[in-house]
Structure formats: C-alpha cells, structure tokens
Design a protein around this ligand. Sequence first.
Ligand code: AMP
Length: 285
Amino acid sequence: MEILRTVAELREWSRQKRKASGGAVGPVVGLVPTMGALHGGHVSLVRASRASCGFTALSLFVNPTQFGPKEDFARYPRAFAADCALAESEGVSVLFAPSVEEMYPAGAATFVDAGDLGSRLDGQSRPGHFRGVATVVAKLLIAAEPDRAFFGQKDAAQVAVVRRMARDLRLATEIVVCPIVRDADGLALSSRNAYLSSEERAQALTLSRSIRRVEELAAEGERRASVLIAAAREVLSSAPAVRVDYIAVVDWATLEPVEVAAPETLFAVAAWVGATRLIDNAVLQ
Ligand code: AMP
C-alpha cells in the first residue's frame, strides 16, 4: 500500500491506473473518504469499493473546516499507525493522508456552499459544517477523479449534501451509499463512540432503539411523522444522559420535513450523550 501526501501524487496515481487499465470495462478507481480512526463502518466502504473497483484509495483527513469553533477538531481521535495497518490488511491500494496546508493552501478562499441543504438537520445545529463537508469532498473528488466514491448512510444528511454537490458540479464520480454498520448491541459504529464512558455507552443505545421502534411502527403501516417522532422521543427520554438535538422525518434528497412518510423518507435522530453528539437514522421503506 502506498501512502501519498499530495494532491498531485494522488491525481497522478489515479490517472496511471486508468491508463494502465486500457479502457477496461467497469470502474477502475474507487475512493473512500474518511477522517480516520477507522472502524467496521469504514471497512464496509472499503469492501464495497474493492468489490466493484479495480483499485481503492482511502483518504484520511480530519477536515478542519467542517468543525465549529467549539467542536472537537483538536481532540478528534487520530490513529495513523493503526489506520495504515487496517487499510493495508483490507487491500487498500493507496492511502491519501494530506496535511491541512495541502488541502487548504495558504490563503484558500474558495468554498462549496451546500445551499439550503447546508442548514438542515446537522447543518442547523452545526452551522458551516456542510459547507466544510461539501468543500473537502469536492476537493477529494477533483483530486482523485474516482469512478465511484463510497459513503455511509450513517451520515445521511451528508449523503444528501454530497449527492447534490456532485450533481450540481457535474462531477463524473458515481456516489455510492452503503448501509449502516452497527455493534452487536445495535449502536451505530462511529469514531466518536470512543468518547463515551461505559455508562454513556449504555444510554447511547436509546438512539438505535428509537430507530428500531420507528422501523417497527413503519412496518406496521404507521406513516404519520408526528407519531413516529413521538415514539422515538419516548425511547430517547428514558435515558437521563441523552439530550435530543433533532428527531426528523424528511425527504432524503431535500432534507425537508414531510408529514407522511413515503419511500425514501429519512427518519433521523441526533442527540448529545453527555458531551458527545451522536447520530443515527433509517430510510423508511
Ligand atoms: P468519518 O470518518 O466519520 O468521516 O466517516 C467516513 C465515512 O464512513 C462516511 O461516509 C461515513 O458515513 C462512513 N461511516 C461512518 N460510520 C459508519 C457506519 N457505522 N456504517 C457505515 N458507514 C459509516
């Protein structure tokens, strides 16, 4: 596995692979963008990429512009050596680990604005977050020129922002979305789970329980957003350390609230568990 530090190297690698493939049918380069501290959720994206693309690049970059001034950028978990070992064992061809200066050259003033999507769901409580996400993902897609880029449904609002950005900028990359990977007890895997004490972790299970409850109700035919939200709120309120940020029933493409769930309706929750903000969701069928 090669470790690349500059955009020029990544672009060159991708172009070489494409050239060497001699116009092979099917995707040549897959990209998995991450902030590192890799876990089973990231691994699932790598496996999905490897299953359909000849070569997989994994980017590892804690992107400062998607963190608010009072957020956890400085203490976000960083585990470079372990990430390299895991990426290598999963057959990643290239690990792209740029510096902040490489991604944001001195004086960088150009950003990708996510429009209305940027202020919905997580964007409402994290102003500027999706502007940072749209910007860094656009930079990565322009740098790596992948045929496919792989994202987790875990960050469902991010998926909406990235899909829209790729469409609006007419990027050539196909955006592929992979299912949420959970621990055996249901908790969605997240690098931020490392912040939780054992007591907080137990209470954090109310997030996945609230999602399961809503999925049960939806399977029984309940479609009213107000009823689904109330059911989730009841589950979440059983945990004293859990403070709800949002419980939302929205159209997955626009992130606008809907009153009656339909196919591709997103049910999403965000909550603080102690000092840690966690998210979870389900796409209602
Ligand atoms: P992050 O490193 O948290 O920015 O996540 C990098 C990618 O991994 C994003 O596309 C996430 O949606 C995805 N991801 C994170 N957690 C999970 C999970 N539990 N299941 C599936 N994908 C995930």
